[in-house]
Design a protein around this ligand. Structure first.
Ligand SMILES: CCC[C@H](O)CC(=O)SCCNC(=O)CCNC(=O)[C@H](O)C(C)(C)COP(=O)([O-])OP(=O)([O-])OC[C@H]1O[C@@H](n2cnc3c(N)ncnc32)[C@H](O)[C@@H]1OP(=O)([O-])[O-]
Length: 754
């Protein structure tokens, strides 16, 4: 009797049933099967195949876990079945526990006993790993007696990136299987290993270029009836070596150094430690205990929120109603970059690596040659790192802007100078073929003003990259009032092609990221005026988890960048004294950054800034007694009395001013939702991921508390507008501070513009 193939149920699963009797049973139980989400079939007469079915990544939801338990029992009870294969539908083994269930009441059979059931089985169970085996997915595979992987599969325990540890035996089984150092590295970084690496480490038994399921079925037949004594990882002794104590000490030091206050990496080390100090059952108890502590932590909540936020930003929308699912991007095969300074070079590399043909333009021959060399070096290093082919031949260099005539999209990346950019946009509008998208890499200038220089303003959008552009994951895609949905969709798609996380934002001064930076920086300057040192402010911010404090970042990116902008805005008044020196437009202003620039202190590049460096271009920031003296003299000159400012005040004033601007941005419709802001801050501005992003953090602290502190500081500093709570935070706090996913309901939709 031939196999019958059923398809077309709710999720389009195929169920292979071997005989008529079974088919009848299938028909009777269709409803149950549909709810089970792990399907059972028998192939080649003696292999029970369990297929996880929960698109898109076959996450281990309650229904999937129930399905596995039920189908395992069935496979074990059927005498014809001699071995079992577990696989996932649609070429994906399993993406781990269902993260969406973490914030709900847990239902269904728990993972740990489910995996024990598999490991304890008297029939060999083979995991057929295609696509991914991550987190609980890999833990499930480690409970199987054998693992066969497809060569393109990726395996890992990424729980640490969600603020957790592998809590279904991963911290106890993996070290037993591959040794402590390799397990520690995989578990504390959460990185994905390739199938080849997994084979080398001993995580999988075989790798195939063909169907892993077919290979696993064959393999399962070959091991049927063989003893499983040596195949149950939980029974292995943990490999020991004399330097284990040292290994753990080093691992702990490393995670403490790089975790920036995140607790999960440290807890992961503790859990793996239990695998060598305790017998398996006790180690599992310890794993559960540590997992529970993490599971309920604010950090886990923040990281899981961030996981979904990073995916949510691709579903963009604009106040005018343009949306990701109704706006089609246009294909881009050939792109151009105008201006090959630091940013232009990075953008060129990103485009070439994404497989596009690139025309790279720099009008000065000498700079063009320098850029060519630099880009080649960057491509070589990157190809080596990624094990990818070189993309040199993708790029054509030219001194003439006329070379861009036939490209589909141009990214202008010249100096941040409106007059220069305007001239270039006028030229591009005349040179490019009709329909070419014209993008600018400005970090804050008016997109609409540039669009107005062209014949087709609907083709103009901003693509704000972050330095170094070929490394940083963030791209702010800025739509102006006249940008077409197609232009926006195309720029968003281009970002994705380049491996970026693209966030659509509206057009305003500084867009989202740099606009929020302004009140934050302003508070940092005011704190110096009132008695703090750059070191103290930076320390508070770094303790909070920022990769670098605000003054170190300022030294790194160059004080002259902001100075130029302030000069263009007419804020810099050299030699001004008295009260007016610290007031602009009726608001408090600190000229400290301007005064440093007047001294030629531009930061790292000049070897002096808020800190001192051993040489121009030096990287190691050291406190500078000159600066401390300068601050004292400045305060004395302006009649400011230095006071001791506590950590909490420094943190609150910097962060709450930034957060307040974030609420203003939401209110203005510049960002569609808090997730957009949070992703921008984590990926572009070093906000600690384990704190979710500034808007999530505000919710965690409590909107009423943030509001109360802003009101307090605004009362103390009435001439600092950045501290005046904006109406959205008031509205939310007055509505009992709804959870962050409901904030959009409180944002008034601005008028349609597109
Ligand atoms: C006791 C427990 C112990 C255990 O140790 C704990 C765990 O296992 S913790 C878990 C450890 N596992 C991990 O940390 C793995 C997390 N997942 C990933 O890293 C990537 O999703 C993956 C590499 C699998 C696919 O990348 P890709 O191909 O670029 O696709 P994509 O990323 O765009 O995702 C597509 C859609 O699937 C969604 N979704 C994905 N995974 C899960 C999930 N586990 N759950 C729920 N949903 C999940 C995702 O939100 C998105 O939804 P939407 O509505 O379309 O936006």
């Amino acid at each position: 009797m031939g196999a019958a193939v059923h398809s077309g149920n709710r999720r389009g699963t195929k169920i292979v049933v071997k005989d008529d009797a079974e088919e009848k049973k299938f028909n009777n139980n269709t409803k149950d099967l549909l709810d089970i989400m792990a399907f059972y079939s028998r192939v080649s007469g003696s292999v029970g195949v369990i297929t996880l079915q929960n698109p898109p990544v076959n996450a281990l939801s309650a229904a999937v876990r129930q399905g596995i338990v039920d189908t395992m029992h069935r496979a074990l009870s059927e005498p014809e079945v001699k071995s079992v294969v577990i696989c996932g539908q649609n070429g994906k083994f399993c993406g781990g526990a269902d993260i969406r269930e973490f914030r709900a009441n847990m239902r269904g059979p728990p993972l740990v006993p489910m995996i024990h059931l598999i490991e304890a089985a008297e029939k060999p169970v083979v995991a057929a790993i295609e696509g991914v085996a991550l987190g609980g997915g890999l833990e499930l595979a480690l409970g199987c007696h054998y693992r066969i992987a497809h060569s393109k599969a990726r395996l890992g325990l990424p729980e640490v990136t969600l603020g957790l540890l592998p809590g279904a035996g991963g911290t106890q089984r993996l070290p037993r299987l591959i040794g402590v150092p390799a397990a520690l590295e995989l578990i504390t970084t959460g990185r994905h290993a390739t199938a080849a690496e997994a084979l080398q480490l001993g995580i999988v038994d075989e790798v195939t270029d063909h169907s892993a399921v077919d290979a696993a079925v064959k393999f399962a037949q070959s091991v049927a009836g063989k003893s499983l004594d040596a195949r149950r990882i939980s029974t292995y002794p943990c490999p020991r070596s004399p330097d284990l104590a040292e290994i753990f000490e080093k691992a702990m030091q490393e995670v403490r150094r790089s975790a920036r206050g995140a607790i999960a990496p440290v807890t992961c080390v503790q859990a793996v430690h239990a695998s060598v100090t305790l017998p398996y059952a006790k180690g599992m108890e310890r794993e559960r205990e540590l997992f529970s502590t993490l599971f309920t932590s604010g950090q886990a909540h923040a990281l899981q929120y961030y996981f979904f936020a990073q995916r949510a930003v691709s579903r963009w929308s604009t106040p005018s109603g343009a949306r990701w699912d109704t706006s089609k991007p246009r294909p881009v095969h050939k792109a151009a970059v105008i201006g090959l300074g630091t940013m232009g070079r990075g953008i060129t590399v990103s485009l070439a690596q994404a497989g596009l043909s690139v025309v790279a333009v720099e009008t000065q021959e000498k700079q063009l040659l320098e850029a060519k060399q630099a880009v080649s070096g960057m491509l070589e290093r990157s190809a080596k790192r990624r094990g990818a082919p070189l993309a040199h031949d993708k790029i054509k260099y030219s001194c003439s802007i006329q070379a861009v005539a036939d490209v589909d999209l141009v990214i202008e990346a010249v100096f941040e100078d409106m007059a220069l950019k305007k001239t270039i946009f006028q030229q591009l509008s005349g040179i490019c073929k009709p329909g070419t998208f014209l993008c600018t890499n400005t970090s804050g200038l008016d997109i609409d003003e540039l669009a107005s220089q062209t014949q087709s303003p609907e083709l103009v959008v901003g693509m704000h990259f972050f330095a170094p552009a070929h490394v940083m994951k963030l791209l702010e895609v800025v739509y102006g009032p006249r940008s077409s949905p197609e232009a926006l969709a195309t720029a968003m798609e281009m970002g994705k092609k380049m491996g970026k996380v693209s966030v659509a934002v509206g057009n305003c001064r500084g867009f989202v990221g740099n606009r929020m930076l302004k009140p934050y920086l302003e508070q940092a300057f005011f704190l110096l005026e009132e008695g703090a040192t750059p070191e103290q402010v930076d320390q508070v911010l770094e303790e909070f988890g920022f990769a670098m404090g605000v003054f170190k970042v300022s030294d790194l990116s160059g004080l002259d960048v902001g100075w130029k902008v302030r000069k263009a805005d007419g804020l810099v008044v050299p030699g001004s004294t008295g009260k007016s020196a610290r007031i602009r437009g009726g608001s408090r202003y600190s000229p400290l950054g301007d005064l440093l620039c007047e001294q030629g202190r531009f930061g790292q590049k000049t070897g002096r800034g808020w800190y001192q460096y051993d040489k121009p271009g030096g990287r190691v920031a050291k406190p500078d007694p000159w600066l401390h003296g300068f601050l004292e003299e400045y305060r004395a000159r302006h009649g400011l009395v230095a006071r001791r400012i506590d950590h909490q005040e420094m943190l609150e004033r910097c962060l709450y001013a930034l957060i307040n601007e974030g609420f203003q941005i939401l209110q203005d419709g510049i960002a569609a939702g808090p997730e957009d802001i949070d992703v921008i801050y984590v990926l572009g501005y070093g906000w600690p991921r384990h704190r979710g992003g500034p808007m999530f953090y505000a919710g965690l602290v409590g909107l009423d508390k943030v509001l109360e502190r802003l009101e307090h500081y605004h009362q103390v500093y009435p001439n600092v507008s950045g501290l005046k709570p904006c109406s959205l935070i008031r509205k939310l706090a007055a509505s009992s501070s709804p959870p962050i996913h409901r904030w959009r309901e409180f944002i008034q939709k601005p008028r349609s513009q597109l």
